[in-house]
Write a protein that binds this ligand. Sequence first.
Ligand code: GRA
Ligand code: FAD
Length: 662
Amino acid sequence: MAAVNPDLQSERDGATFDTNKLTFLLDGGEGMTERRREVEAEALADPEVTGGPHYHFMSRPEQYSDAVRKAVHYMKQAKTGKFDNPADAHWYRNTLWPNEMAPIGLHTTMFLPTLENNSSPEQKEKWAPLAKDFKIIGTYSQTEMGHGTNLKALETTATYEPELEQFILHSPTLSSIKWWPGGLGKTSNFAVVMASMIIKGKNYGMHPFIVQLRSLEDHTVITGIEVGDIGPKFGFNTIDNGYLKFDHVRIPRENLLMKNAVVEPDGTYVRIAKNEKAAYSTMIFVRAMIVLEVATRGLAQACTIAVRYSCVRRQSELVPGGPEPKVLDFQTQQYKLLPVLASCYAYWFSGLFIRMTYFQINYEIQQGNIDLLPELHAVSSGLKAFTSYGSMAGIEQCRLACGGHGFSQASGLPKIYTTMTAGCTYEGENSVLYLQMARYLMKSFLQAEKGETTTNSVAYLSKKNLDKCVLGATLSPDTIIAAYEHRAARLVRKAGLRVNALEAAGKPYHEAWNLTSVQFTKAAEAHCHYFVVLKFADTLEEMEDEAEIHNVLLQLFQLYACYGITNYAADFTEDGFMSQEQLDMVRLRVLDLMADIRPNAVALVDSFDYPDHILGSVLGRYDGNVYENLYKWAKDSPLNKTEVHDSYYKYLQPMITGKSNL
Ligand SMILES: CC(C)(COP(=O)(O)OP(=O)(O)OC[C@H]1O[C@@H](n2cnc3c(N)ncnc32)[C@H](O)[C@@H]1OP(=O)(O)O)[C@@H](O)C(=O)NCCC(=O)NCCSC(=O)CCCC(=O)O
Ligand SMILES: Cc1cc2nc3c(=O)[nH]c(=O)nc-3n(C[C@H](O)[C@H](O)[C@H](O)COP(=O)(O)OP(=O)(O)OC[C@H]3O[C@@H](n4cnc5c(N)ncnc54)[C@H](O)[C@@H]3O)c2cc1C
């Protein structure tokens, strides 16, 4: 291994804490880190994982094809049972497809979970083993060309025919063609299809059906079905997001997944689930996972690249006539990167929280207790929107902080960005999800107005909030939380009162809601911001005595919170809650905190513990040997395969010399 660039080494030597110990905290314990490293090391030693063609030098069809090669490698390994622990499988996939979408990604993240959570026991026994053993490969096919958000408007129909005990799947219009599902175009041979169920002329709404799309013998498409790839996208090159059209395709009655609703042979509809949104359960699961696995990890990788590079890159002068400093020593560079790094840690702890909460509440739901479902839906929707948006903006900030080289694919940043930013749209477009959270906030506001106690994430709405901010220079977590509580409570209340006032002035509720939805979106964002601050503070409080790590995390917590206050200063000050003096103090504390954190910046990104293979970045290499590897990267570019490119003979030569050699 090449020697580490002394400019990075000196950063590591100067850190005030043990990066390994922080990694343990982020992974959820030393044992988890060890296991993750074992899985990654095994994958990294396997030429099938690391030895394929260079991602950036392939065409899109080649990228897809190579991803399928890797999928087969993955499935063969999975069949041996070595990934029976879902965490192992997850780490292995992240190494196999670094910031790439696996063509079988939806199979594991949505198809199988839907089969497991939406099937009757008999159906689960039939389908889940087939899917687990990859005897069938499936996707989750819900969105249509005309509708992704409004699920009640899905047009694909599943009409029941009692005589033959069959459903007839049909795409009645152009806009009803299924559009977007990952792995649908070319890879999958099965799908869970969400369709409006019609029995004796009555529409019972969206239900899940398991449908075979392609032959298990030769992959030819089943009669009556048309399926294909939707073409190149902003990113997601390795996955075949697809379209799917049905022409009166018959499937047996038993292919309706019947955990939540049963259709009896004579067509009698029996609803079992207590909540009519039970069919939406897989979306909650994926939203809860996006927070840590998509938003936070994408941002952590971008921070790793930009912070390391900013300690290797030297430019300009800091001391007149002095040597060129590391660019991270410029205060403006710190201002670009360190608040983003702080937000990454903040999201990380919220991500761990919502993942754990999902499993706890889902367990309750599976036992029939659905009391906490609205809370889970609201929090997972809000956090998905808040963290994916913040991460998207943060990754772009990291790219800008890398100057010109940030624009090259060699930085790894465009690939991280395009993969992550899709998370702002899929699994519920972010504004739409904020409005779902807002609905919950409105209900909670009304409860609080009636003097009822609100609980869980909205407990603060029925508390008496402070009128004046007590934040002082020590920036104690309690005073910070109180400030964020006040801001969220005030914005929720203001929006809620406006809805009430518009209604009182004669507007119907839906109109009052639409006229308040910008305010409510900001209130939902403020609520999520509060929640993320709170979870960061909880993590600090629960930490066992690791003083050095506690110190640096406290600084990050304070930076995250203070930066948020300066960015949304009006929200904290306009009602007189926070004084101008306090705001000025917070602004200066941001600068001080950046200076405090600066010596640990590299150690803080090293703690994310990403192998170079996953980062896929010349700029963010662990050894910091950027320039020699940038040069090598350029030399490997396919355009440099020949001294004179073909296009010269085709186009330039005739123009320049007046003759052609072709
Ligand atoms: C926007 C809504 C929520 C609206 O739904 P609706 O039925 O029209 O709702 P409504 O009648 O207005 O009623 C709202 C009510 O339904 C509740 N609700 C909504 N969603 C859920 C849920 N998941 N669990 C539990 N409850 C839920 C809400 O809380 C409301 O309750 P309330 O009436 O206030 O008591 C819904 O249509 C929706 O979720 N749209 C987004 C669609 C989406 O997320 N699609 C994902 C497709 S798969 C994908 O993108 C995979 C990508 C993965 C990858 O590539 O890796
Ligand atoms: C990369 C990628 C992968 C995907 N994978 C899958 C998959 O595997 N399976 C699948 O089924 N789907 C998949 N999708 C589809 C995805 O879930 C939808 O695109 C997403 O839910 C957004 O819906 P839409 O496209 O209808 O957006 P639209 O709803 O058309 O959004 C357009 C604009 O309208 C606004 N808007 C819409 N409704 C409202 C409202 N009620 N209030 C206020 N504003 C509103 C939105 O905020 C947005 O600004 C994928 C999409 C992408 C981009």
